[in-house]
Design a protein around this ligand. Sequence first.
Ligand code: APR
Ligand code: ZN
Length: 247
Amino acid sequence: MDLIELAKRVAEIVKSSDYVVAFTGAGVSAESGVPTFRGRGGLWKRFKPEELATPEAFRRNPKLVWEWYKWRMEIIYNAKPNPAHIVLAKMEKKGLLKALITQNVDGLHQRACSKNVVELHGNIWRVKCTSCDYKGKLDKPPNVVPPKCPNCDSLLRPDVVWFGEPLPKSAWEKAVVEASIANVMIVVGTSGVVMPAGMLPWITKKKGGKVIEVNIEESAITPIADIFVKSRAGEFFSLLGKELKIM
Ligand code: APR
Ligand code: ZN
């Protein structure tokens, strides 16, 4: 099937299903200019996750970790939601998408006006104190890194989930419920290798739901995909938006 036929097929499934959820990874933001982690051009090709995205790395060199996040914040600050973010938000508005579970911390789904977003790995614009219970929100990259807590002057850290850290309990629980009740999960732009997030499509499948995957290449999820759409997310969702008459 070519991309237009696939868009027609997916549109039919979406329109005839009661409970569709989406599960996204870094690939959904790639066409917005936000680098992915793995695969071609991925961040982990140039940096080592254990040197930047772990509590030990932060303890060892908070300035280096903050410089990396500041660099990502500057990219994200100038990024715009692409058609994939926009169509997913419009699907929700039209009642065609009940929840959007994301591994991304870039906040682009919310900027595209998705409302029911479950952020499994936190959000790059949120910060929290390493000593007291202060939590804050930045609206642009910090001038000085590492930033200090306004309450107690200790180091602030990004409020994101690092390797080896638990996911926010309420977000994970909500994601498992959504994956369990979904009759369709549209998986967009994830390698599916990071756990426990990568388990969510398997939960939908086990409960008898359909898994539709949109990715530029096969992933760890592809073996259980009922439909695999080999495409850039923005390109496919532009077509899907037309088929659903929301674009
Ligand atoms: N459209 C669709 N898919 C794309 C596109 C695109 N334009 N560009 C890349 N991809 C796919 C890649 O083929 C890959 O399968 O997006 C996926 C990105 O995979 P990762 O970089 O591993 O990102 P993700 O799966 O979100 O990583 C999960 O790992 O490093 C941690 O916390 C980080 O949330 C992240 C988690
Ligand atoms: Zn503090």
